[in-house]
Every structure is written in structure tokens, then in C-alpha cells.
Design a protein around this ligand. Structure first.
Ligand SMILES: Nc1ncnc2c1ncn2[C@@H]1O[C@H](COP(=O)(O)OP(=O)(O)OP(=O)(O)O)[C@@H](O)[C@H]1O
Length: 476
């Protein structure tokens, strides 16, 4: 991966300085001296920059007048995913009050608020950390459920020439896909500042694209995304069913990969299981390395809970933490939610949280985690996976493309809703109870025989399909 020359990058020492220089060029010297130099603070935190100003009125005014200029300046240094915030910085405000009385008149563009004063003190980029904090790879707890993915993430950061492109993480919600992607971003930004690394969600990519289409700025949109060294895109499932955006992303992807630039993606399902991604995009997604991430096993959950608890100010007994790890099994977000409850309880009482208190505090949360699965949920999950309409599932059609999904839907409805056979048969197109019984037997036999059926023109083991559907039912 050869870093492209980024405008301004080689000339200045820090990202803050580069942004300020780009800004000065964009707004002109006069306006820069009048509004920015010595009168604002600038903080860069990952892909977010914060401009600190002296009052809420100024924050509002800057937002209206300079937001897009500041964003463009920041993008020229940090890449297209950068976000800009304006907020009151008490240090800047304090410095302005101290220096009041030395103001000068400005041109007609000033806001109808107290004006910034000339001699207020420039605030150097501070250590303060605001806004989004990207996760770090070093905080990621390794277990059998994610070991391969973590190793691949480190390989991307370690080697300028990882031999898989793209790297794609997929798995159920809350299993750490975004954490790994952010961790890659953070490590690369920390250790390879010369690389142009862009992190964004696929939704943001789609929004930038639509904006570029609307504003007739496609060439600059393309130039931005097709010249990065490493592109990290979260949640590619969002591209599903969006043909034009898929096409655009495909070209971006091809261009990057053909120039040896790395692409890392995350998604909730294996690309092959997607019925709404173009075949060409799917093939590209599969051409590198696909890592599945699973819900954490017991030992990993325990390690995660203990690690996260160490970062909290609360005191918790080991039994209380083991209780959390044991009870909240679906994903790491649930574990975090439970720990937050215990932390709040600790803040309220000031007492070390023991097992009894944890059980009491978490009882409600546990109840909330009980998922009642309805036949409509099964229907929706099956239809999504197989790309068919609900009406089709309930119809009298008997072709395989419909009868197999229907058979699986009946099987899952019986397993998870405990509805009577006749009710299930009635729901899926007015069939009788013996049809459901026979569907149940057939699926059991297919699982036992490791049989496969087709999803999206690929053969999948019935057990794998059931696992995928059941994961969706658990979290939907
Ligand atoms: N192995 C892990 N070690 C430490 N924290 C983890 C681990 N896995 C997940 N987490 C934490 O769990 C939370 C949810 O993880 P994350 O957002 O990465 O999940 P995800 O798989 O991207 O979910 P979604 O599909 O909903 O986007 C985050 O706070 C993350 O830091």
C-alpha cells in the first residue's frame, strides 16, 4: 500500500495544523484572522473535529456560516468521513472575557452577539476527548468466537501487504464487528499517520453519494473515495436492494483493490446469504477473507465482563460479575447493559455490589431479555433470508423455492412459538396439522443427514440456515 500524496500532509506536523492551514487558505487571511486565529480552539479526535468557540451564539453562527468550509478543510486532511462540531469551549470563553474591551469593528458578516476579541488567547489543541471514542484492538477480548477475526484485524495493521482483500467480518449483532473495524482504524491512525484511512458506515457512503449526485459533484466524491489507502466500511447490509449505490460502491471497490489498497467490511450475514446484493458485489466481497464472529461463549463472556468491570468506578463481587456473564448470553451489548445497571446501583448506594443485589437489580433486565417469538417473526426472518414475499409463503405454490422455506418456517414456528400444529398450518396458508408434522420430520431428517438446500443460488447446510434464522429471531 503506497500512501497517496495528500494535500498539505507532508508540509505540516500535526493534523490540527494542517486543518488550520487548509482553513486559512479557504476562508482567506482576513476572515481567518478575524474569526479563527486566536479566537477558537480545535480538537481532533479520530474522525471528528471540534471547533471550540466563546458562546452559544457564536457556535450557532459558525455552524451556519463556516460549517461546510471547515468540513472541506478537515476532509482534505482526515478524509471524507470526518465530522465537524462547533461547541462552546469554556477556556476560549474565559480568555475572551479577560480580554474584553479590546475589540474591533468587523465587516457586515458578524453575528448579532458579543464579538470575539482580538487578543484572546489561542488555545492549543487540548488533550480533552469529546464525542465519539473509537474502540481499540487492545480492549478486544479474544475467544474461540472471534479469534480468527481478531488475528486478521491485526494482520491488516501489521502488514502493508495483507494477502486478503477485502477482509469481511460478519456475524450476529453485538458480537464486536464494529469494535474490530474501529480498532483497525484507530491503530492505523496512531501508527501510520501518513496513510489515508477512511472509516465510515455504508449508510454514510450512500448519503455522500446521494449528496454528490444532487450537487453534481460526483467527480470529487469519486476522487475522495477512490484514492484512499484503506477503506473501512461498517454494516454493508445497508447496501442491500440499493442497486445504484451498489454499482457505485462496486466501482470504488474495484478501483481500490486494483491499486493494492485495502478494504475492510462488516455485515450481519455472510454475503452469499444476501439475496439483495448484486452477484458481482457478492463475488468481490467473497474474494478476500470472510471471518465469522459468533456470540461469545461462557469463558469469553466472563473475561469481557471482568475486563469491562475493571474500567468502571463501581465495586462488584466476583459472584455478581459471574452472574452477569452467566445470565446475559446473546451478545456483548447485553453484558454491557447489565454492567451499567450494576454501576448505577453502586453509584446510588455507594456499596460494593454483591450477588444478591445483582440478582435483584438485574431481574427486570433479565425479563426484558426474554424474547417472545411470534409466527410473524418466523415468517419475516424466513422471507428475508430466502428473498420471497410473505404471500408466497402462504400460497398454494409447491415449487421448491417456496416449499422449502415454508417447511423451515413451520419447523421454526413449532420449535420457538410452541403453537399447536393446526395453528401453524393455518397460519402458513390454511394447511392442516399433518403438513406441519411432516415438515418437522423432514427438517429433522435433513439436519441429521447434513443435507443442503439452496439460498441465493448457493447450497447451504440446513443446520447453518437454521442457525442463521434462529440468530435473527433471537435479536430481532
Ligand atoms: N470481544 C469483545 N471484547 C470487548 N468488547 C466487545 C467484544 N465484542 C463486543 N464488544 C463490545 O460490545 C459492544 C457491541 O459491539 P459492536 O458494536 O462492535 O457489535 P457489532 O457486531 O458491530 O454489532 P452490530 O451488528 O449491531 O453493529 C461494543 O461496546 C464493543 O466494544
Amino acid at each position: 500500500m503506497q500512501p497517496d500524496t495528500i494535500a498539505f500532509a507532508p508540509m505540516f506536523t500535526s493534523a490540527e495544523e494542517q486543518i488550520l492551514r487548509a482553513l486559512a487558505t479557504a476562508v482567506g487571511d482576513h476572515a481567518y484572522q478575524q474569526w479563527f486565529s486566536d479566537k477558537t480552539s480545535l480538537t481532533v479526535q479520530d474522525d471528528e473535529i471540534t471547533i471550540g468557540v466563546a458562546s452559544p451564539f457564536l457556535a450557532d453562527w459558525f455552524q451556519k456560516k463556516y460549517r461546510s468550509t471547515v468540513r472541506q478543510a478537515a476532509q482534505s486532511v482526515l478524509g471524507p468521513s470526518v465530522r465537524v462540531r462547533f461547541e462552546v469551549d469554556p477556556d476560549v470563553a474565559g480568555a475572551q472575557i479577560q480580554n474584553s474591551g479590546s475589540g474591533e469593528d468587523v465587516d457586515g458578516e458578524q453575528p448579532a452577539t458579543p464579538k470575539p476579541k482580538r487578543e484572546s488567547k489561542t488555545k492549543a489543541p487540548t488533550e480533552r476527548r469529546r464525542g465519539r471514542r473509537f474502540s481499540d484492538l487492545s480492549d478486544f477480548v479474544k475467544g474461540p468466537c472471534n479469534e480468527l477475526a481478531l488475528t486478521a484485524a491485526h494482520q491488516i495493521c501489521d502488514s502493508a501487504d495483507a494477502n486478503f482483500n477485502p477482509l469481511l467480518f460478519h456475524g450476529p449483532v453485538g458480537t464486536g464487528k464494529t469494535h474490530l473495524l474501529e480498532g483497525i482504524y484507530r491503530r492505523l491512525r496512531r501508527e501510520n499517520r501518513e496513510l489515508q484511512v477512511v472509516y465510515l458506515t455504508s449508510e454514510a457512503f450512500a448519503n455522500y453519494f446521494t449528496e454528490a449526485l444532487r450537487n453534481h459533484t460526483l467527480p470529487s466524491f469519486r476522487q475522495r473515495f477512490r484514492s484512499v489507502d484503506i477503506l473501512l466500511v461498517d454494516d454493508v447490509d445497508f447496501f442491500e436492494g440499493k442497486r445504484v449505490i451498489q454499482e457505485e460502491f462496486l466501482h470504488t471497490f474495484k478501483q481500490l483493490v486494483s491499486h493494492g489498497r485495502q478494504v475492510v467490511l462488516t455485515g450481519n450475514k455472510h454475503p452469499r446469504l444476501s439475496t439483495k446484493l448484486s452477484d458481482e458485489l457478492k463475488t468481490r466481497f467473497l474474494s478476500g477473507m470472510v471471518c465469522r464472529m459468533e456470540a461469545p461463549d461462557a469463558a469469553t463472556r466472563k473475561e469481557i465482563v471482568f475486563q469491562k468491570a475493571r474500567r468502571l468506578s463501581g465495586q462488584f463481587s466476583d459472584e455478581a460479575l459471574n452472574f452477569v456473564a452467566d445470565r446475559f448470553r446473546n451478545n456483548v451489548r447485553e453484558l454491557e447493559g447489565a454492567l451499567n445497571c450494576l454501576q448505577t446501583y453502586y453509584c446510588m448506594t455507594g456499596k460494593r455490589v454483591r450477588l444478591g443485589a445483582a440478582q435483584q437489580v438485574l431481574a427486570d433486565l433479565e425479563r426484558d431479555c426474554i424474547r417472545v417469538i411470534r409466527m410473524a417473526d418466523v415468517e419475516e426472518a424466513v422471507c428475508n433470508l430466502f428473498g420471497i414475499e410473505a404471500a408466497c409463503l402462504k400460497s398454494s405454490k409447491r415449487g421448491r423455492t417456496v416449499s422449502q422455506p415454508r417447511m423451515l418456517a413451520m419447523y421454526l414456528a413449532r420449535k420457538h412459538t410452541h403453537a399447536a400444529y393446526s395453528e401453524i398450518g393455518g397460519y402458513f396458508g390454511g394447511r392442516n396439522h399433518s403438513t406441519v408434522i411432516s415438515a418437522e420430520k423432514r427438517v429433522d431428517a435433513l439436519v441429521t443427514g447434513s443435507a443442503t438446500i439452496q439460498v441465493a443460488a448457493q447450497n447451504w447446510r440446513v443446520q447453518d440456515i437454521l442457525d442463521t434464522l434462529e440468530q435473527q429471531l433471537r435479536v430481532s
